[in-house]
Design a protein around this ligand. Structure first.
Ligand SMILES: Nc1ncnc2c1ncn2[C@@H]1O[C@H](COP(=O)(O)OP(=O)(O)OP(=O)(O)O)[C@@H](O)[C@H]1O
Ligand SMILES: [Mg+2]
Length: 400
């Protein structure tokens, strides 16, 4: 069918034609913001899920809804080599300026800008050409100690007071939050804790890999009382059918039931893969009905393309010992895998696995859902490794 009219959207953060299976999270976020606006206590949210399940898409939708309901939001993506101060300060400047669009600036907003100016100076945040509150009197003793755990709470409280003075809620949204260091995560938790104790209207909605509950618990013991970790998972079979069927119908086409069943089998309901399969099947179909045969042909194309690009790119970044580690994980029929099983398969002691394990966690390939357990961060990665383990082993033998 016409590729230009193809409704599917495989990609990173690309809005799906139909956002299915996320109603409970959307409702919970609505309650969080409603309670925050009413100065009632509510747990902040960190969405957790594997690569490609739709965390970014969901954050974008949550931001759209938050702004529509009159909140003032910022959405930033954390990166490995960027500090939390650098990530948040320019975005909070925008929020504060948004709270004072007219010449009349409330005292609380003015104070927010003064505290932000201190914070920027203290943490040497690069602001490009813009200046912050240069014409305001200095304010000492706020966000100027150099200790992030003391200064970030000052800044959040000042911003939240500014929001309260404008009868709104500031929503701090951070994607890929697993890239924060332990210190930064601890400072963020202290800041949220202080804001909550004072009943101020500022909330955090973030997203990251499933290591987050453990990371947050290690950073601050009270993390589980401040946060909830809604799981963004694969779609079930009925949801997968809706994610495929609704957009097709809206574009004047339809999937045969057995065609959708096969896509569910192949993708296990992982949203990114559902979009890839839907898109390829659409392009291959010759008429407006997408058949089992179309999906069979699409599967060959998509699997080949994913193996060559999506999976291979990640795998080729690894050292030989990291690859052997992942092959041993993939050989296990159940996930998560116990570290002891990997050691047994590789015929080494568990303590010898430390460096490869740490490097794979650092590279975002695996995570530890619980003590002594390991799992892949990318869905279907184990299957890819099993398909290609023999090629790799052969190549390594030839190199030796
Ligand atoms: N609820 C959904 N229904 C259907 N498709 C979806 C849904 N959520 C996301 N998608 C599709 O899945 C793909 C991945 O989405 P997204 O980039 O948001 O995932 P992610 O979890 O942020 O991945 P990563 O961890 O790699 O950043 C996109 O192509 C998007 O259109
Ligand atoms: Mg994402």
């Amino acid at each position: 069918m016409d590729a230009i009219a193809n409704p599917f959207s495989p990609g990173a953060g690309s809005k799906p034609p139909e956002l299915v299976g996320r109603d409970a999270i959307l409702d919970d976020a609505n309650i969080l913001l409603g309670r925050t606006r009413a100065h009632r206590s509510a747990k902040n949210m960190i969405l957790i899920g594997l690569r490609g399940v739709g965390k970014t898409v969901l954050l974008n939708e949550l931001q759209r809804r938050a702004d529509k309901s009159g909140c003032c939001s910022l959405l930033e993506e954390a990166r490995e080599n960027q500090s939390l101060a650098q990530l948040l300060a320019p975005a909070l400047r925008k929020v504060l300026l948004q709270l004072s669009p007219t010449a009349h600036v409330s005292d609380a907003v003015r104070c927010g800008l003064q505290v932000l100016r201190n914070f920027i100076g203290t943490f040497r945040v690069q602001m490009g050409d813009v200046s912050v509150a240069m014409n305001l009197a200095p304010l000492t003793g706020q966000a100027d100690s150099g200790d992030l755990e003391a200064d970030l709470p000052d800044l959040f409280i000042a911003v939240a007071n500014a929001a309260a003075s404008c009868n709104t809620v500031v929503v701090v949204m951070v994607d890929e939050i697993q890239y924060l260091s332990e210190n930064e995560l601890a400072a963020l938790l202290v800041a949220l804790h202080k804001v909550q104790q004072q009943g101020l209207p500022l909330a955090l909605i973030a997203a990251g890999l499933p290591v987050l509950p453990a990371m947050a618990g290690e950073a601050k013991s009270y993390a589980e009382r401040l946060l909830v970790f809604p799981e963004v998972g694969p779609l079930n079979e009925a949801e997968t059918a809706r994610a495929l069927g609704e957009p097709a119908r809206a574009a004047g086409a339809e999937f045969k039931h057995e065609a959708m069943e096969l896509i569910y089998q192949q993708t296990q309901g992982y949203p990114y893969f559902v979009q890839e399969w839907g898109s390829a099947a659409w392009n291959i179909a010759s008429g407006s009905v997408i058949t089992l045969d179309d999906v069979n042909r699409a599967s060959e194309l998509v699997r080949g393309a994913l193996d060559r690009n999506f999976f291979r790119v990640r795998f080729d970044r690894l050292t030989d010992s990291e690859k052997r580690f992942l092959e041993a994980m993939a050989a296990s029929p159940i996930s998560p895998v116990r570290t002891g099983q990997v050691a047994e398969k590789l015929k080494v002691r568990v303590s010898n696995l430390g460096p490869a394990r740490a490097a794979l966690i650092n590279k975002g390939m695996i995570y530890s859902p619980a003590h002594g357990e390991l799992a892949f961060t990318v869905p279907l990665f184990g299957e890819f490794i099993l398909r290609h383990a023999s090629d790799g082993a052969h190549a390594r033998r030839t190199r030796l």
